[in-house]
Structures are given as structure tokens and as C-alpha cells.
Ligand binder design. Structure first.
Ligand code: NDP
Length: 321
């Protein structure tokens, strides 16, 4: 007797995507199982594909409980929550949803940059609190023409840079290897980049390779006139060092869409007008989320019919070692 091929939904997903999964495949929703461990023990070998959010991924123990797993489909572009090298070694392919979210994430990064430099969210609070007829709102910092450092000039970083060109900003960037064919200045380290700019926009990949990349030293290099924007991952910034730098005014301000321990935001930042705090919404538009769901579904469909993914992550094509 052959085992029924099952799609395991590892985390909560968009309602529309969940509906499509259940309509098209024998789908089991892991978070809704009363006895997940029991299910994995008795039926783990039914599962041929897993669909999950970028935030949750597929951990090592879950991977081990699914001996026939052939594909991990992430809803999102970051996939540091899944150990891709380990997956490859087990013959599991991994996909993400690149490109379709790039514009919206870049839009939000630029919006956040303008917000923190011009004090827009703080000004909104000032108006709502009835402050307008009292002391004038403090002067802000000019945005156009300033120097911006982009940490990670990938799809999103480049889309941010293109937008900033329109503001007459001078863009430089830091990546491990210079990006061919771009006119922006490559700077070899995050610290040198921070030193050379008025605002540092973080768009690198997350994961172990970039953990704490924006260190206390980088924040000090950014300096008391410098602004930080992070739309990448909370793990990239040493959050304690950031809180200290904001509190002691060693940097001018920060706009953050991502945090080290979401949804927990450091208490010390909540009362500060020097920071803009966003609940990880950079890709969260109806249009982009629908496109991400569609791309995740197309990856799954391709795998279920042809055994290959449509947008495998780069590591997935490297030989395992
Ligand atoms: P890409 O893979 O296209 O870009 C990643 C960039 O990071 C590359 O330029 C890479 O260059 C650079 N990079 C990686 N490691 C380092 C390092 N140690 N030092 C300097 N640069 C480094 O990814 P995307 O642009 O599509 O996405 C970027 C990230 O944005 C995602 O990984 C995700 O974490 C985040 N994101 C956040 C969202 C949100 O909701 N806030 C939504 C979508 C994405 P090189 O390899 O040459 O170093």
C-alpha cells in the first residue's frame, strides 16, 4: 500500500493561501493538531512537502521527523530559519519568494528613512496631543542630498538605492563582494560604511552570517548626526548597543521594522521620539502578500507535479559538503 502524499503546513499562513493548499492537496496544519508529536510519529512519512512562513521555517527536529520530505516552501524571502545545508544533505530542496516583495520593502525603507529624519511620526503624535498651539515642533534633518550607506545591496538594497537616486542622495554600499555593474561606491566594512554616511539602511540577509553586524562600533561610526534604518532582520543589529546609543544620543535616531525578539520591542525605545517603530510590515501590502502567496503556491505545484521548485534558494543548487 502506498502512503498518501501529504503537504504539511508548518505555520499559520494567509487565509487565501491556506484555502488553496487544502483545496488542492491533502494538507495537514501542524499548529492546529492536538497531538503534533503523535502525528509526526505515526504519519511523518506521509509528508512530501512543507509550507511555512519565513519567520518559522523548518527546524532540525521537524526535518528529521519527515523522512520523505522533498521540498520546503517558504512564504517570504528570508529563510534563515531553515538550515539549508542540512536540508540539501537530506535531499530536500528549499524555495523562497524573491522579487515579488522587493518594491514594497524598498518603499517602506525609504518611507521609514524620511519618517525618522523628518520626525513625521513624532509630529503626528504632537498634533494629536494638541501640541500645535504650544511650543513649535522641533526642527528636523534635511533628507534630500544626504549620504546614505546601504548595508547589503541585493534585490531590496538596489531597489532602495534606485529610489534614493530620485532624492539626489549619494549612495554607497557594503557587501562581501562588490556588485558588478552598479555605479555606487563599494565600501569593504560595515563600520567604514557607517563612518561615511548620514544614514545607514540595513537590507542584508539575516542568519548567522550577519548576526550583530551592526555592532556598537558601527553605531559609533554612524555617530550623533547619523540615522539607522533596519528593514532586514533584528538579528543583524546588536539591539542592546542600539538602545544604549539611542538613549545616550550617540546616534540621532533609528527606524526599525524588525527586532531581535519579535513582537517584543525594547521598553526603553517606546517613549523615544528619536525612533520609529514598525511591526515588521515591510512586505505587508495586499498586493505583495497576494503575490507572495501565489509564488509559494506555484513553487509547491511545480514540486508536486515535476519534483522541482520554481524559485529555489541559491544554496539549494550548491552541492552539499
Ligand atoms: P538578497 O539575497 O538579494 O540580498 C542580500 C544582500 O546581503 C546581498 O547583497 C549580499 O551580498 C548581502 N550580504 C549578505 N551577507 C553579508 C555580509 N556579511 N556583509 C555584507 N553584506 C552581506 O536578498 P533580498 O534583497 O531579496 O532581501 C534581503 C533581506 O531583507 C532578506 O534576507 C530578509 O531578511 C529581509 N526582508 C525583510 C522584510 C521585512 O518584512 N522587513 C521583507 C523581505 C525581506 P554579498 O553576498 O555579496 O555579501
Amino acid at each position: 500500500t502506498s502512503t498518501p502524499d501529504t503537504v504539511l503546513q508548518v505555520s499559520a499562513l494567509l487565509p487565501g493561501l491556506e484555502r488553496e493548499l487544502s483545496a488542492r492537496y491533502r494538507t495537514v496544519r501542524l499548529p492546529e493538531l492536538p497531538d503534533a508529536a503523535g502525528y509526526l510519529r505515526d504519519h511523518g512519512s506521509d509528508v512530501v512537502a512543507a509550507v511555512t512562513s519565513a519567520r518559522v521555517g523548518v527546524g532540525d527536529a521537524l526535518m528529521d521527523a519527515l523522512p520523505r520530505l522533498g521540498a520546503i516552501v517558504h512564504f517570504g524571502v528570508g529563510y534563515e530559519t531553515t538550515d539549508v545545508v542540512r536540508a540539501r544533505a537530506r535531499g530536500i530542496d528549499v524555495s523562497n519568494t524573491p522579487d515579488v516583495l522587493t518594491d514594497c520593502v524598498a518603499d517602506l525603507a525609504v518611507g521609514a528613512l524620511i519618517d525618522v529624519m523628518r520626525g513625521m511620526s513624532a509630529a503626528d503624535r504632537y498634533v494629536r496631543a494638541g501640541g500645535w498651539d504650544g511650543a513649535p515642533f522641533p526642527l528636523a534633518t534635511r533628507v534630500s542630498g544626504k549620504r546614505v550607506g546601504i548595508l547589503g545591496l541585493g534585490r531590496i538594497g538596489r531597489a532602495v538605492a534606485r529610489r534614493l537616486d530620485g532624492f539626489g542622495m549619494e549612495v554607497s554600499y557594503c557587501t562581501r563582494s562588490p556588485v558588478p555593474g552598479v555605479g555606487y561606491r563599494h565600501v569593504p566594512t560595515a563600520e567604514a560604511l557607517a563612518e561615511a554616511c548620514d544614514a545607514l539602511v540595513v537590507t542584508v540577509a539575516g542568519g548567522r552570517g550577519t548576526e550583530g553586524l551592526v555592532s556598537a562600533a558601527v553605531l559609533d561610526a554612524l555617530g550623533p548626526e547619523g540615522y539607522l534604518v533596519n528593514v532586514a532582520r533584528g538579528s543583524v543589529v546588536d539591539e542592546r548597543a542600539l538602545v544604549a546609543a539611542v538613549e545616550s544620543e550617540r546616534i540621532a535616531g533609528a527606524a526599525l521594522d524588525v527586532f531581535a525578539d519579535e513582537p517584543n520591542v525594547p521598553q526603553a525605545l517606546l517613549g523615544s521620539d528619536r525612533v520609529v517603530l514598525l511591526p515588521h510590515i515591510a512586505s505587508a501590502t495586499r498586493e505583495t502578500r497576494a503575490a507572495m502567496g501565489d509564488l509559494a503556491l506555484r513553487n509547491l505545484r511545480r514540486f508536486m507535479t515535476e519534483g522541482v521548485l520554481l524559485t529555489p534558494v541559491p544554496e539549494a543548487s550548491r552541492p552539499a559538503h
